[in-house]
Design a protein around this ligand. Structure first.
Ligand code: ATP
Ligand code: MG
Length: 580
């Protein structure tokens, strides 16, 4: 079976998942281990499985990563990636980095990022990717928290690091992109290592450390939507999860060109921007330029992208810029599968995508802590617009009450996952108590998200537990109201919060970003209120609606309702220091 919208496109290979019910009911992770040739006494080094396994023979000359910054192109084949990551692992060894020590990567999405990330993991250390949007204080705090022994960065970025506050930082490796044009050359620190020189002097063999499925490989900070980012620990054993969901959900096939738009410092850009496509041996596009609709359409068409994993925010931005515009002389015909993650996928985006690309968008739900995709819309199942889909084979998801009991269909509660899937986090760095909190109602992992399940087993996201609005004894998920507001032609974005109210417990307040053609007025406010009343019911009508220029979002595009609430109520937490 194929997605409706892809009819008429050339058949390439069979879909990876044809019968969801059958596969779900018989699925075993141990079979994936067998398929991947992973035995208990074999090393589970995920970088070796992702890169070295594909580097032999003809496949070694296949492009693993194709880089494009909007002007120039670069590429790394599987064989080149194998040799370069060997070198980098040996560079770290020569710097005295011991197994499980943290190596922080504060670099843009350049080839050196991917080489040092994969080389760190291959050599047995733990990678700590940090977004270049972090400014000095946020960056230094995360470097301090992670107790990173080595930092890999560029000459232009290194002066954001307050080294004097980092007693654990022994060496800094400088990637030779030079300082930004016009910037003063930072004073060279005698202990710093030039990346190019160190790589040239390192051996390109014998680099891989042994790892078992419980060996840590990644310390990744969460997005900070609900508070201070948490340091999530992931292990080599996630390998089967990334590999399997790359088939079942991304539907990746051997000859595919794949583009994951997430930065490689965000979990989507790692699990599905690095691990999943490499484990499947396909070619990935890394676009390292800024967002612009023209450039994005150019990337899709010029590189003939087949599978595209992005975010609802990005699709909304494309949607507001008008019809899809492939690069000159190209088309978007090769595009076969579109997916999103990170925030709710609005039904109107799905409708727009059908018109713009002739394809549906497939929502996926997961978290930094889950490591891999947990709930998804599959190519072989019908999409219910607004639902995030069904659990991936091998994962049991449920909606539970406060005592951990599964709720019947259509009742809203906390989304919970039965603990034990391969990519599950193994710890919160330096905060065991926080880690235990997620698992305080065995056998569940508590997601902190609200949802309900319908009679067909589809899950519907309702917001975060912390964002729930308690009005007149009822619990309201803000997302339902937001999602309806953005269907009004005047509204581009909406954020909804609860405000203390002496009569009702809480009242609903909405913040809206308006379309430039629709100026704010009392009449528009009344129209929006009656729009919600007619479509959703009077109990969901926001008592107040306030226009604003932009909503506070994390760097990966997530709405931060806690910031809206703090600003509204004059509470601490309205600052965005976590967000750099
Ligand atoms: P923090 O944990 O630091 O507050 P965060 O939860 O935003 O930040 P991430 O792990 O990047 O950090 O995001 C996971 C969250 O993103 C989920 O808990 C959920 O609220 C939201 N999310 C992810 N995918 C979806 C989706 N498809 N639909 C709705 N929400 C989603
Ligand atoms: Mg979270």
């Amino acid at each position: 079976m194929r997605s409706k919208g892809s009819k008429g496109r050339p058949e390439i290979e069979r879909d990876n998942l044809l019968d969801y019910e059958r596969v779900y009911s018989t699925f075993q992770w141990s079979r994936v281990e067998e398929e991947m040739g992973l035995t208990p006494d074999e090393s589970w080094n995920i970088a070796v499985a992702a890169v070295d396994r594909h580097a032999a023979g003809q496949h070694g000359h296949k492009v693993a990563l194709r880089f494009y910054d909007g002007r120039t192109e670069g590429k790394l084949t599987y064989l080149q990636l194998k040799l370069l990551t060997n070198r980098f692992a040996n560079v770290l060894r020569s710097l005295g980095v011991r197994p499980l020590e943290r190596v922080a990567l504060f670099l843009p999405a350049c080839p050196e990022f991917y080489v040092s990330f994969l080389g760190t993991v291959k050599g047995g250390a733990v990678a700590v990717p940090l977004s270049t949007s972090f400014m000095a204080d946020a960056l230094t705090e995360l470097l301090r928290d992670s107790e990173a022994a080595v930092l890999v960065t560029t000459a232009a970025l290194v002066d954001r690091v307050h080294r004097e506050q980092l007693p654990d930082l022994r060496r800094v490796v400088i990637v030779g992109t030079g300082p930004a044009a016009g910037a003063a050359e930072p004073a060279p620190d005698p202990g710093d290592v030039a990346y190019d020189r160190a790589m040239a002097g390192a051996a390109d063999t014998d680099a891989a450390a042994r790892a078992d499925r419980e060996t840590p490989m990644l310390l990744l900070y969460t997005s900070g939507s609900t508070g201070k980012p948490k340091g999530v620990i992931h292990v080599h054993g996630g390998i089967t999860h990334y590999y399997q969901t790359a088939g079942h959900v991304l539907d990746l096939r051997g000859q595919d060109t794949y583009w994951c738009t997430g930065e490689p410092t965000w979990v989507a850009g790692i699990s599905y921007g690095i691990w999943a496509p490499l484990l499947r041996g396909v070619t990935s596009i890394v676009y390292c330029g800024d967002f612009s609709t023209d450039k994005w359409y150019e990337v899709l068409s010029k590189f003939r992208v087949n599978v595209w994993y992005t975010t609802p925010t990005a699709l909304r931005r494309l949607m507001h810029s008008g019809p899809a515009k492939p690069a000159q002389g190209h088309s978007l015909k090769e595009l076969r599968h579109i997916l999103t993650v990170g925030e709710p996928l609005n039904p109107f985006v799905i409708r727009w995508s059908r018109e713009a690309f002739g394809l549906q968008v497939h929502d996926t739900w997961w978290m930094t802590e889950t490591g891999g995709i947990i709930i998804a819309n599959f190519p072989c199942l019908p999409i219910k617009p607004g639902s995030m889909g069904r659990p991936v084979p091998g994962v049991h998801a449920a909606v539970i009450d406060e005592g951990g009991r599964e709720l019947p269909p259509l009742e809203m509660g906390q989304l919970a996952i039965m603990a034990g899937w391969p990519a599950m986090m193994r710890g919160i760095w330096r905060d065991e108590e926080k880690h235990r909190e997620y698992f305080r109602l065995p056998p569940w992992y508590l997601t902190g998200d609200l949802a309900y399940r319908d009679g067909d087993g589809y899950f519907w996201f309702q917001g975060r537990v912390d964002d729930v609005i308690k009005k007149d004894g009822k619990r309201i998920g803000p997302f339902e109201v937001e999602n309806k507001l953005v269907e009004h032609p005047a509204v581009l974005e909406a954020g909804v919060i609860g405000k203390p109210d002496p009569l009702w417990g809480e009242s609903i307040k909405a913040f809206v970003v308006l379309h430039p053609d629709h100026p704010w007025s009392a009449a528009l406010e009344a129209d929006l209120q009656s729009f919600i009343e007619r479509r959703l019911g009077s109990h969901l009508v926001p008592r107040e609606i306030e226009p604003c220029q932009a909503l506070p979002r994390t760097r990966s595009g997530k709405l931060m309702r806690r910031v809206l609430k703090a600003l509204e109520l004059g509470l601490p937490g309205g600052d965005l220091t976590n967000q750099a």
